[in-house]
Design a protein around this ligand. Sequence first.
Ligand code: GAP
Length: 457
Amino acid sequence: MEKTFDKIVSHAKKTGFVFQGSEIYGGLSNTWDFGPYGSMLKDHIKMAWKKKFIQENPDNVELQAAILMNPRVWEASGHLSSFSDPLMDCRSCKTRHRADHLISDFTHGEVSADGWTNEQMETYIREHNIPCPKCGSHDFTPIRQFNLMFKTFQGTVEDAKSTIYLRPETAQGIFVDFKNIQRTYRKKLPFGICQIGKSFRNEITPGNFIFRTREFEQMEMEFFCRPGDDQEWFPYWRKFCMDWILSLGGQRENLRYRDHTKEELSFYSTGTTDIEYAFPWGWGEVWGIADRTDYDLSQHQKFSGENLEYMDPNTGEKFIPFVVEPSVGVERLFFMFFCDAYDEETLDKGDTRIVMHFHPVLAPIKCAVLPLRKSYAEKAREIRQSLSYDFETDYDESGSIGKRYRRQDEIGTPYCITIDEQTMADGTVTIRDRDTMAQERLSVEQVREKISQAIRF
Ligand code: GAP
């Protein structure tokens, strides 16, 4: 069974996980709305991240910083001067392209132009006669750098003084609040500050469904440590992120580490690794783990004039901490888990079923309650209500039982329970396992216990 891009996207839309944004107005390109099941899947990804990165990790704490920040933040971080992509226009069909993408797409990912100068990219495109992917012409404008930050205005006057930006990453909120958190919470190195929130980038070439969008959610941690200790923490967090994916059912053969080459690394970074996933179109970045040294805090100290040094309580020594940053997009994880879970199975009688093998922790609905007759509805609703105190449940009384199972398989519900005559007599139900389709008879309390065990994470 080939998991094509079209199959996956169509399944996500058909089952109501994802809708086109502003659909009834003809849509707004590259915006996506997450329907009830999609919202639940996103929430479960975020909860699983918070559990492992914060709840179970005494060193780490959470922050929710404002999206809108003082514009000086973006001067300090370098986003105003250099957060840009190399853009070329095709003079024939007027389409816009990223020069580095023209090169990597033309070479099927064999050549990466990351870290190249504009001149190097223009030369490569000219010498290899790379055509416009839309019209085939070779008539490109020279490269212009295009800043990816969304601009807006604060207050009633729209001028340069009131210009502010939608944050392109959540990380800077963490750096700016580093001292507040360290002081108020009396944190000692090493410790991490974690944040989940929306980020915005005016991407030139968004696409591949929810893979590259202009509005997305990031889950980032800045892990502060003594200079030098970053050498130990960098491999630690690199492995931690991969283990987190695997513990949620990610398939190892579809994942790989990709270390950035020297040319690709930011000038301040001593190491960056991407965890990549084999999406239907090829390998794509899911998680970036970077050793950012003391660059960000030093820059904010310089631009704000505030002392952002840390004083070691044992030695009295003062220094700017180093930082290791694992940064991941919620929608990328969503897409990755969605692709991994998708399966088409041929059953005994030649029927096929689409089944989403989500890890129970991630599955939007943990248990569906299905009465076999309308007259059992009241009892079924009562059982559903009782189970819904502990986890997300669904209720379905329409159509044949086979169809109802299929509907739940398609959204990845790990357990379905049927309410039948025996339930009315002794309160027991049959519980069906999504993956094996095996059934057993249990009391409602045993069902609760079974599902609670399956979603322990
Ligand atoms: N603070 C570092 C940072 O933002 P990044 O590599 O630019 O680094 C981190 O982004 C992660 O955010 C990526 O690995 C990806 O998962 C997600 N991401 C970045 N741009 C995105 C976009 N346009 N659409 C969806 N997710 C994106």
